[in-house]
Structures are given as C-alpha cells and as structure tokens.
Design a protein around this ligand. Structure first.
Ligand SMILES: [Zn+2]
Length: 244
C-alpha cells in the first residue's frame, strides 16, 4: 500500500495546505499520515480560551476532528512550541521527524514551503527545513544511528514536495515562492475541505477576515523538491507519478 506523509506546523495547516490531496489520495487507496509539530497555543485567534493550555487542548481536538473529516489514516500532533520552531535545536527536531519517517515509511512526503508559505510564517519555514533534512537523512545509515540501533531501518521516501502558490499575499511579509511543478485537481473536495476548516472553530475569524477564496481553489499546487531517483519533471498532475 502506498503511503503519504504531510508535515505541518499548526492545527489547520493540514486543511488549507493539503486537505484536497489528502482526500484524493485516500480515495485512491493511499494510506495518509499527518504529523503536526505544535498544538497552536500561540495563535492570534484564541477562540475564547483563557490560557495557552486551554487553547492548546481546544486546537488539539480541532486537529483530530479535521483529520477525521479528511479521512487521515493516522494523525499525530507533537508538543513543540508554537511560534518557537526557529529556536529549536535543528538536528534534534530533524531527528524527531526522521524517526517518524523511518516508522511510517512514506512513499511521498508533502511539507510547507521554505519561504514560510504565502503567510510568511517562520514556523512554516522551519517545518519545511526540518522535513527536508529528514527526507534526505532518513535513508542514510550514518544519521541518527541510535534509531537504527534500536531497530528502525533507513527509509528512502521517493519524493518530497513543498506546497506552493501561484500568487503571494501582498498584506504579508514578502516571500519568494517555489515554482509550481505539480498540480493536483481537488475540485471534488472543495466543500469537504471547507467543512474541515470549519471544525477549527477557534480559527474561524480567519475565514471571516480572508474569506474562503484560498480554500476554493480548484488545484493544490506543489513544488517537487527532491526525488530518490534523478528525474526531470514538467506539468505533473499526480504526486504519485513514477512511484510504486
Ligand atoms: Zn500554520
């Protein structure tokens, strides 16, 4: 069975960045995984929560509820500090993601763009950077050897993609987006994607502020960042092309 892993920074990233692709590939029989690094306790929108702990608990529930709607086989949320991913020890964080890759053994990995995605969020950049290192290091026998000594095997994922966009958001910090190499048609899943975003009730102010235009896009756009087998790519429409 083919496997897809998406790595994210905050509860709700799984919806706007990957929601349509998660549904589409689940429907095609792919086992889907989401690994979210924080519980989103530093969000501007607090959903009435009185403390970081309360917001963290609320957003954890929202994450699992959204993943149920997106039919994610196995959602996992970690306890790294929201807004603080750039302050982590790089090797430790990349090592943790490497361990998950060696356990899950995904064929294709999707993550957030190194520029921080259209929102220019530094946590988004860091997830992309940690995951990029983990993609490359998971297959090696000389990285995180203690994981291999404890029984895990090196794992070679076939492809790494960054989510990208056709346009930047002028109201946010300037970013340089990765070029679009791959387009996934998600028209069929737009309503399901919006429904999954709506279970993030603490973040509904975002929908009021920005509208659901970005969730209504017919395609999710990606940049093919690395492949296990060297290849040229142009105009790809299937993230599992040449895999399996
Ligand atoms: Zn985010």
């Amino acid at each position: 069975m083919l496997k897809l892993l998406c790595t994210t920074a905050h509860p709700d990233d799984e919806v706007w960045a990957f929601g349509g692709s998660l549904l589409r590939y689940q429907e095609q029989g792919v086992e889907t995984h989401v690994l979210c690094l924080t519980r989103g306790m530093a969000a501007t929108n607090r959903g009435g929560a009185k403390s970081g702990e309360e917001l963290s608990a609320m957003r954890t529930e929202e994450f699992y509820a959204a993943c149920r709607l997106l039919k994610v086989t196995r959602p996992v949320i970690l306890d790294y500090p929201d807004g603080g991913l750039a302050n982590l020890n790089f090797s430790d964080a990349a090592g943790e993601i490497t361990r998950h890759i060696r356990e899950i053994k995904p064929d294709v990995i999707l993550t957030l763009g190194l520029e921080g995605t259209v929102t220019a969020h530094v946590d988004h950049s860091m997830v992309g950077l940690f995951t990029t290192a983990a993609f490359h290091w998971a297959r090696r026998t000389d990285r995180f050897r203690e994981q291999l000594e404890s029984g895990l095997q090196p794992h070679r994922a076939r492809k790494l993609y960054y989510v990208t966009a056709a346009q930047t958001w002028p109201e946010r910090q300037p970013v340089s987006l990765a070029p679009v190499t791959s387009r996934v048609d998600v028209r069929k899943y737009i309503e399901a994607k919006i429904e999954a975003f709506r279970v993030h009730t603490s973040q509904l102010a975002l929908l009021e502020k920005y509208g659901d235009r970005s969730l209504r896009q017919a395609e999710e756009l990606f940049h093919l960042a690395a492949t296990a087998v060297p290849q040229a790519v142009a105009g790809e429409t299937d993230l599992f092309a040449a895999v399996g």
